[in-house]
Design a protein around this ligand. Structure first.
Ligand code: GLN
Length: 188
């Protein structure tokens, strides 16, 4: 299986390492041409969503990446990647790619002190580690969105068809449940 990992900014290497441990081939996506390579899945990593989106626009990658996602390419967004996909960001004056019917809150746990580690359930998997770094959470989900994780009453993982998002960073732990789930989506 070949997975393209958006590598304009942020924590992309960590995703590549996990995916390669799970037997995938990965490549980095740094420009528009890289989007033409054959891939079975796409990862939008954590980082800073405003910066990442600014780079997507500057490099004329926005329409192409949006078309790939809307065309059904399995896509996994973590943290800033979640914000890139959200239809709406409640505490921000604009949204980014807007491919997923969720409303997110940016820096929902506070900008500086909002980083923490906890354990919770993901889908059917019990008690896996969740690392939050200046994370968003999901305030609202559309009717086609399945909620996969809730922490303190807040939605922190969800799926809509080919799109999977987590507010936390599974690539920073040695539990590969979330990445395995994503590969399962590709195989479906
Ligand atoms: N706070 C970042 C943003 O608004 C997301 C943080 C992260 O990806 N770890 O994009």
């Amino acid at each position: 299986m070949v997975i393209g990992v958006l590598a304009l900014q942020g924590a992309f290497v960590e995703h590549q390492k996990v995916l390669e441990k799970l037997g995938c081939e990965t490549f980095t996506i740094r420009n528009k041409d890289d989007l033409n390579r054959a891939m079975d899945g796409l990862v939008l990593p954590g980082g800073e969503s405003t910066t990442m989106y600014g780079l997507l626009k500057e490099l004329h990658m926005e329409d192409e990446i949006k078309n790939l996602i809307n065309g059904g390419l399995p896509t996994f967004g973590t943290c800033a990647g979640l914000l890139l996909l959200a239809n709406e960001i409640q505490n921000y004056d604009s949204a980014f790619l807007q491919t997923m019917d969720i409303t997110a809150i940016k820096n929902a746990y506070g900008k500086q002190l909002g980083s923490f580690v906890t354990r919770a359930d993901f889908g059917g998997k019990k008690d896996i580690p969740f690392v939050f770094i200046r994370a968003p959470y999901i305030e609202r989900v559309g009717k086609n969105v399945e909620v996969l994780s809730v922490v303190d009453g807040k939605i922190v993982a969800a799926r809509q068809g080919n799109q999977l998002v987590t507010a936390f960073h599974p690539e920073l732990t040695d539990d590969f449940s979330v990445h395995s789930y994503f590969l399962g989506m590709i195989n479906q």
